[in-house]
Design a protein around this ligand. Structure first.
Ligand SMILES: *Cc1c(COP(=O)(O)O)cnc(C)c1O
Length: 359
């Protein structure tokens, strides 16, 4: 039996995708072996990686001005690769600090140039996205970096700043959860394990003019252009992860694409926040309502004892992964694309029942 997995990542994958992978696991399309056992230079894997790229382009409406890359090293590697490749010589970059992952990105960027923190919500415990209308972005920055969804604190940008410099976003935890205009961005990156597939592959979408910025001294494997020139096959790609990403994006196309996905995600998050807000203070979300995440819904109960009890009893009822991040505490329900509305409804029923007994 499959449980409802509310884990922040690696996270649950759509059941039809898992079943498809299972059917093909030992014998991929009559080859007599699994896709992960086949050479990446053969026609079977080439079809898979081509399809993955085509699906990503189609779902997100990505033009030929952008390269779509499948890299390794996770989103964390991008914290270094971004400044290493697109920080201009002697230049500076601007960053918004909206949580743990932004802070880590800032720390790495400092190794490659000057970092200016243009906006921060650190002093209010990362409970909101600083109002983008008050930002004063510089025209001379190499780029501006944001974290579109803050996985740990449960906040999310619901609109993006308009800037003249390339806008870079870590979209690891909300990529393909809604319709966005890719043309607003110079570079988008996302580790796959929240919304796109298993861990092991990182999606990078980069505007092609930025490929030319990389200084000579950057190692071959760490240059975006290396991977753009070779369709992400400069060396052996993480073949199984790319295959799973192809299946997940097939599934997204089948259900009707990102506008349909967005509607489902809106229904899920609205229902959950409504339950929290109408609980007479038993459940509390600490964040500014305008910055609430539709992917990671965080809340507190009246005591840590009750939070432990909540997690334990939910687990016994087939809802796992609800414990909040160790740095934030409380409860976190991660409701990425693969979490069906039925899973959220189950959680809501459980929350109401739990409050009745313990409230
Ligand atoms: C999970 C996460 C990361 C880290 O991803 P890795 O692939 O483990 O390096 C970075 N940024 C955000 C927003 C995340 O949610």
């Amino acid at each position: 039996m499959r449980v409802y997995n509310f884990s922040a990542g690696p996270a649950m994958l759509p059941t039809p995708v898992m079943e498809r992978a299972q059917q093909e696991f030992c014998n991929y399309r009559g080859t007599g072996c699994g896709i992960m056992e086949l050479t990446h230079r053969g026609k079977h894997f080439e079809e898979v990686i081509d399809r993955a790229e085509k699906n990503v382009r189609k779902l997100m409406g990505i033009s030929d001005n952008y390269a779509v890359l499948f890299l390794q090293g996770g989103a964390s590697m991008q914290f270094s690769m971004v400044p290493m490749n697109i920080m201009l010589p002697g230049g500076f970059a601007e960053y918004a600090d909206t949580g743990t992952w932004s802070s880590k990105a800032i720390k790495e960027a400092k190794n490659f140039g000057t970092v200016k923190v243009i906006a921060s919500s650190k002093d209010i415990k990362y409970t909101k996205i600083p109002d983008i209308r008050h930002w004063k972005p510089s025209k001379d920055a190499s780029y501006l970096h944001i974290t579109s969804n803050n996985t740990i604190y449960g906040t999310q940008y619901h609109s993006f700043p308009d800037v003249e410099v390339p806008l870079v976003s870590d979209m690891s935890s909300d990529i393909m959860s809604k319709v966005i205009d890719v043309n607003k961005f110079g570079l988008i990156y996302a580790g796959a394990q929240k919304n796109l597939g298993p861990s092991g592959v990182t999606l990078v979408i980069i505007r092609k003019d930025l490929l030319k910025r990389t200084p000579e001294t950057v190692p071959t494997m760490l240059r975006y252009s290396t991977h753009a020139d070779e369709q992400s096959m400069f060396n052996t790609p993480p073949t199984f992860s790319v295959y799973m990403l192809a299946l997940v994006t097939d599934w997204l196309l089948e259900i009707g694409g990102l506008s349909v996905m967005e509607e489902i995600n809106n229904s899920k998050s609205e229902a959950l926040y409504e339950t929290i807000d109408s609980s007479n203070g038993f459940y509390k979300n600490p964040n500014d309502p305008a910055s609430r995440s539709k992917m990671n819904v965080v809340f507190r109960l009246p005591s840590e004892e009750l939070e432990d009890k909540f997690v334990k009893e939910a687990t016994a009822e087939g809802m796992i992964g609800l414990k909040g991040h160790r740095s934030a505490g409380g409860i976190r329900a991660s409701i990425y694309n693969a979490m069906p509305l039925a899973g959220v409804e189950r959680l809501i029923d459980f929350m109401q029942e739990f409050q009745k007994i313990n409230g």
